[in-house]
Design a protein around this ligand. Structure first.
Ligand SMILES: C[S@@+](CC[C@H](N)C(=O)[O-])C[C@H]1O[C@@H](n2cnc3c(N)ncnc32)[C@H](O)[C@@H]1O
Length: 177
């Protein structure tokens, strides 16, 4: 019997995020909410807000994370990030996996991230590496889009996940702002 977790791709990203109890995490493009579950378990009494522009995906994420939503530890929003009502919430980490908007100009998503990320916060992006060269290309495009908003790549790695490797990119504001 396989001991593989439900998504080792998303588990690999959760490992890079390394959220700790009490942290506030925003996931962009949460899909069916698999990573939301992992993040909510990691932050415990903290909070996970997840947005996806697909109402169908948000409904699936709500079903998967029903208890945490009812407890108020997870909030799900059906909206594109640029339209999402995040109020005054600030986040210690922002996470997105396979959300091309972050490396497709003009990538206005970065303006939202710059606004809602708490001082000292981190951004972790994951990308499935389906073709040779994908990881380098995505890293370069992310660095360019994020760099225009004052972020710099602070770590990059690749995990041997199935069916495709997963590239991860961590970004922060230089100086911790
Ligand atoms: C390829 S799927 C990845 C889903 C999930 N992150 C995963 O890795 O399994 C991309 C998801 O991001 C959502 N999405 C894309 N751009 C978005 C944006 N700007 N704001 C919110 N959601 C977005 C899509 O609706 C879709 O559910």
């Amino acid at each position: 019997m396989s001991t593989r977790p439900p998504s080792d791709r998303l588990a690999a990203v959760a490992g890079v995020v390394a959220a700790t109890p009490g942290e506030r995490v925003l996931e962009v493009g949460c899909g069916a909410g698999v990573l939301v579950t992992l993040l909510a378990a990691a932050v415990g009494p903290g909070r996970v807000v997840a947005v996806d522009r697909s109402a169908r995906m948000v409904a699936a994420a709500a079903r998967r994370n029903r208890a945490a939503v009812e407890e108020g530890r997870v909030r799900l929003l059906a909206a594109a990030l640029v339209d999402a009502d995040l109020g005054a919430e600030r986040f210690d980490a922002v996470v997105a996996v396979d959300v091309r908007a972050f490396w497709t100009p003009p990538a206005p998503e970065w303006d939202v991230v710059a606004r809602v990320l708490a001082p000292g916060g981190r951004v972790v992006l994951g990308a499935s590496v389906m073709r040779p060269g994908d990881a380098d290309r995505v890293r370069a495009e992310v660095a360019a889009a994020a760099g225009r908003r004052g972020f710099a790549v602070t770590a990059a790695a690749q995990a041997g996940t199935d069916p495709f490797p997963t590239a991860t990119i961590e970004l922060r504001r230089p100086g911790g702002g």
